[in-house]
Design a protein around this ligand. Structure first.
Ligand code: ATP
Length: 354
């Protein structure tokens, strides 16, 4: 971990009133080469100072959506509205939106200081220098002014790119897979730093990622995309606990999907009668999280453990029962050996899927 700490509350305990900064409405983009639109009727909003993740698998339209917000791609239809002003037809440089590219796009021949003050030429030399130094201090890179980008680590380059973007005080920063060039350990450190820096600068952010852990850990809200559409928008908690459909339930965390017959807040399922988190009636698919299932060895049970994976802090079990395969995650306690017959008990409400 590097050497700066900013006194910022984690997103989960901040409770700021929502003030809309950006709204996208009905954004659609159809490339000639593809049968289906890359982005279809996408709408969501971002509050002042809020970090929203656009999360979804490769090819679902995240980058195209981000590019339309930034003005690098023109939508076929739909609108981008920033602080109440329709900016759909404005070029990128007139939108007042910052962007941090995946490869950082630093100028290799310029020093760190000159990279950061690049967009500040309108300020005059002294003011631009002062602002650039202030930003380098914010990203804990004071003392690195004279270095060239290739003399920095990946995480440091990332912070220079962010300092350059934040120097012009944009209300919104677009981040396209900003951590993908970093190794696993540095990713975790850097993403928390980026989160804090955006907060310290009072800027909102839209983070494009296919990494669900990253989205859950960092963002105030997540817009989940599938095949060009936003299928659910909510806080990480809401999305995890109340996935809107089977895609979200399986893409955000892991889920066992079973069918059952629901009646109000209860359902009959192959795992026995289960309480539901929301009303449903008739035949339903139900998401059961692996950590909601407990295993109890029972020589008379029909289910059997067929695979086990030890992961230190927890253990994964695959259990088969009459052709159905279930994933179970339990704590690091006494292991249940492969081949053991077990009873499965679900210890929480489960989610009927739309
Ligand atoms: P990834 O996570 O892999 O970057 P993504 O979710 O960001 O994916 P996009 O890059 O937005 O997805 O692409 C969505 C779809 O649009 C894909 O099928 C892609 O091939 C297609 N696409 C994107 N840009 C163009 C283009 N300029 N011309 C034609 N097709 C494009």
């Amino acid at each position: 971990m590097r050497d700066f700490v900013l006194p910022v509350d984690p997103p989960s305990i901040r409770r700021k009133p929502f003030v809309e900064l950006l709204r996208v409405e009905g954004l659609t983009r159809h490339f000639e080469q593809t049968a289906a639109p890359a982005v279809q009727d996408v709408g969501f909003s971002v509050g002042e100072g809020e970090l929203v993740a656009l999360l979804g698998p490769s090819g679902c339209g995240k980058t195209t959506t981000l590019r339309m917000i930034g003005g690098f791609e023109q939508p076929d239809s739909g609108r981008v509205v920033l602080r109440g002003r329709d900016i759909t037809d404005l070029p990128p440089e007139e939108r007042g939106i910052g962007i941090v590219f995946q490869d950082y796009a630093l100028f290799p021949h310029l020093s760190v200081l000159d990279n950061v003050r690049f967009g500040l030429r309108h300020l005059g030399r002294q003011a631009a220098l002062a602002r650039a130094r202030e930003m380098l201090e914010l990203v804990a890179l004071s003392g690195f002014e004279k270095r060239k980008p290739h003399e920095l680590s990946g995480g440091q380059q990332q912070r220079v790119a962010l300092a350059r973007t934040l120097a012009v005080a944009p209300p919104l920063v677009l981040l396209d897979e900003p951590f993908s060039n970093l190794d696993a350990a540095m990713r975790v450190d850097t993403r928390q730093e980026v989160r804090k820096l955006l907060q310290a600068a009072g800027a909102a952010g839209i983070l494009v990622t296919h990494d669900q852990e990253e989205a859950l850990a960092l963002s105030d809200r997540i817009a989940v995309m599938d095949a060009g559409r936003v299928v659910q928008v909510g806080t990480p908690d809401e999305i995890y606990r109340n996935p809107a459909n089977a895609f979200v339930a399986s893409f955000i965390g892991r889920s066992n999907i079973v069918t059952g017959v629901a009646s109000g807040l209860n359902a009959d399922t192959p795992l026995g009668p289960l309480p539901l988190s929301r009303f449903a009636d008739g035949s339903v698919s139900i998401a059961v999280r692996p950590e909601q299932i407990m295993l109890a060895p029972d020589p008379n049970a029909s289910a059997v453990v067929v695979e086990r994976e030890f992961r230190g802090h927890d253990q994964l079990y695959w259990v088969e029962d009459g052709g159905r395969r279930m994933l179970v995650i339990s704590g690091p306690g006494q292991p249940v050996q492969v081949g053991t017959r077990v009873r499965l008990r679900v210890c929480d409400c489960v989610v009927p899927l739309g």
